[in-house]
Design a protein around this ligand. Structure first.
Ligand code: SAM
Length: 434
C-alpha cells in the first residue's frame, strides 16, 4: 500500500492527472510510494443527462454543483480505499489559506486525502456540511475551479512523504519550513555576466557556509516578508547571536558617511525644527505626552542655538540629529522623588535629543550620546543628566544601553493638560586616561 493516497474529485481528471503524474511525483507513483487518482464526478450522477450542476435556489448568476454526484463519487472513492486515516478537503476561496504548516499537518496526520474540486459558482452547501472535514484556500482570490488548488495541495503534501524526495534535507530548511525564507542559491559558473558567487560558498568551510546561509535567511525574510520576520521567534542561542549580528551590520551599512558634530548655527534652524516636528509626530502617534506642549518650542530651540547650547550631528553634509546640552540647573530636577541624584559639583543636562526619521534605528542615536558626553567633558563636567517620559521607550532604551542609570522621578514645567512627569537618568563620565 502506498504511503499516501490522494483522490482528486474533479470534472477534469485527465488534465489534473497528467500534471500530477509528471516528474518527481510521477516517479514516486511509479515506485508505489504515492497513489494519486483523479475521479470524474460526472460519472456519479443519477440523472440521464449526466448533469452535475443546477441553478441556485433564490436566483442569482451561474450554477451550483449538486450534492448527489459529489457524495456518490466520494462514497465510491472511500469504499475503494477502505479504512485509512482519511481527510476530506474541499478546495474553496472560503477556506483557511494553505501554508507549509498545513501541508506538514496533512502529511503527518493522514494517509488518505480526498480533495474535492468545485466549479461554476461552487458546490451545494449541504455537501460541505455533511461530508467535508476542512476547507482549504489557495489564497484570497477566486479561481474558476478547484483543480489548480488541488494540484498545489497534492504537490506540497506529497513532496513531504518519505522517499518522494531523495533526502529530507531537500525540504528541511526550505522557505517556510521554520517560518523563514530560504537563503539564496547559486550554481555553476562561478561568475555569470560579471556577477560572482559569494566567496564564502567557494571556500569549503561548512560551518561558515551554514552560518552565512542562516544569516541570509534572516536578512531576506526581513526584506521580502517583514510579516513573517516579525512573527519569527529565534529558537537557539545561535539564532539570537546571528540576529544581533544582522542588526549590527545594518547600522554600519546605513551609516555610509562620516558622522560629525558641531554647534548648530542659525542657518540650521529650519532643519532642526523639521527633525523636532517629525519626532513630535512620532511621539504623538505612540501616545507619549512629551514635546506635545511648549517643552521644545521654536523659541526654546532658537535660544539654545543662539546660546551655543544646541549641537547639530551630521551624516556627511546632512543634519541627521541634534541635541541640546545645558549646564544651567534644570527646573524641577532639584525636587527629584523616589530616588536621588549623585552628589556632584556640576552637571550638564541633555535637554533634547532628536534623530531624523531616516536615521532611526541606524545606531546614530548612540553616536549622538557619545558627542554629548564629549561636549560635557569639554565643558568640564563629569555628570550627564537627562529625563524622559516613562512611555518613551526608544529614549529609555537608548539611555540604558548607553550607561545611564535611573535616579528617580521629576516633574518638568508643563502646560495644563500635559503630563509633567518624567523619569530621571544620570551618567557619571569616567576620567579619560591621557
Ligand atoms: C468560481 S469558484 C466559486 C466561488 C464561490 N462562488 C465563492 O464566492 O466563494 C469555483 C470553484 O473554484 C474553486 N476555487 C476558487 N477559488 C479558490 C481558491 N482561492 N482556493 C481554492 N479553491 C478555489 C472552488 O472549488 C470553487 O468551488
Amino acid at each position: 500500500m502506498a504511503e499516501l493516497r490522494v483522490d482528486i474529485l474533479t470534472l477534469f481528471p485527465e488534465t489534473v492527472g497528467a500534471v500530477l503524474h509528471e516528474s518527481i511525483l510521477g516517479r514516486a507513483v511509479k515506485k508505489g510510494i504515492l497513489d494519486i487518482r483523479c475521479t470524474q464526478i460526472r460519472d456519479y450522477t443519477d440523472n440521464r443527462q449526466c448533469q452535475v450542476d443546477d441553478y441556485p435556489y433564490g436566483g442569482g448568476f451561474g450554477c451550483v454543483m449538486m450534492a448527489q454526484p459529489l457524495k456518490s463519487c466520494l462514497d465510491a472513492v472511500v469504499s475503494d480505499a477502505g479504512p485509512r486515516r482519511r481527510r476530506v478537503v474541499y478546495l474553496s476561496p472560503q477556506g483557511a489559506p494553505f501554508t507549509q504548516d498545513t501541508a506538514r499537518r496533512l502529511q503527518r496526520d493522514y494517509d488518505h486525502l480526498v480533495l474535492v474540486c468545485g466549479h461554476y459558482e461552487g458546490v451545494d452547501e449541504r455537501f460541505i456540511e455533511a461530508c467535508v472535514d476542512e476547507e482549504i484556500s489557495l489564497g484570497d482570490f477566486v479561481l474558476t475551479g478547484g483543480e489548480i488548488a488541488a494540484m498545489a495541495v497534492t504537490d506540497a503534501v506529497c513532496r513531504l512523504v518519505p522517499g518522494v524526495l531523495s533526502d529530507p534535507q531537500c525540504y528541511i530548511g526550505e522557505s517556510h519550513w521554520d517560518g523563514l525564507l530560504e537563503y539564496p542559491q547559486y550554481t555553476r559558473p562561478e561568475v555569470w555576466e560579471g556577477r560572482e558567487v559569494p566567496p564564502v560558498l567557494l571556500q569549503g568551510d561548512h560551518e561558515k557556509v551554514s552560518r552565512w546561509r542562516r544569516l541570509m535567511q534572516f536578512a531576506r525574510t526581513r526584506s521580502k516578508r517583514p510579516d513573517l520576520f516579525a512573527a519569527f521567534l529565534p529558537k537557539s542561542d545561535g539564532d539570537r547571536e546571528l540576529l544581533r549580528e544582522l542588526e549590527k551590520s545594518d547600522r554600519t551599512a546605513r551609516l555610509t558617511a562620516p558622522v560629525t558634530c558641531r554647534p548648530a548655527a542659525e542657518g540650521d534652524l529650519a532643519a532642526l525644527l523639521a527633525i523636532r516636528d517629525a519626532g513630535k509626530r512620532t511621539l504623538a502617534r505612540y501616545h507619549v505626552d512629551q514635546w506635545q506642549g511648549e517643552e521644545l518650542s521654536d523659541a526654546f530651540l532658537r535660544d539654545a542655538v543662539a546660546e551655543g547650547k544646541c549641537f547639530a550631528v551630521l551624516h556627511g553634509d546632512d543634519i541627521a540629529a541634534f541635541f541640546v546640552l545645558d549646564t544651567e540647573p534644570v527646573p524641577g530636577y532639584d525636587a527629584i522623588r523616589d530616588g536621588k541624584w549623585s552628589e556632584v559639583p556640576a552637571y550638564a543636562a541633555l535637554r533634547a535629543l532628536a534623530v531624523a526619521d531616516a536615521w532611526r534605528g541606524s545606531g546614530l542615536a548612540g553616536l549622538v550620546i557619545r558627542f554629548a558626553e564629549g561636549e560635557a567633558r569639554r565643558l568640564g563636567v563629569r555628570c550627564l543628566r537627562a529625563d524622559t517620559h516613562r512611555k518613551n521607550r526608544p529614549m529609555l532604551r537608548l539611555l540604558r544601553e548607553n550607561g545611564f542609570r535611573y535616579r528617580g522621578n521629576v516633574e518638568i514645567p508643563a502646560e495644563p493638560g500635559h503630563d509633567a512627569r518624567r523619569q530621571a537618568y544620570e551618567k557619571l563620565l569616567k576620567e579619560r586616561r591621557t
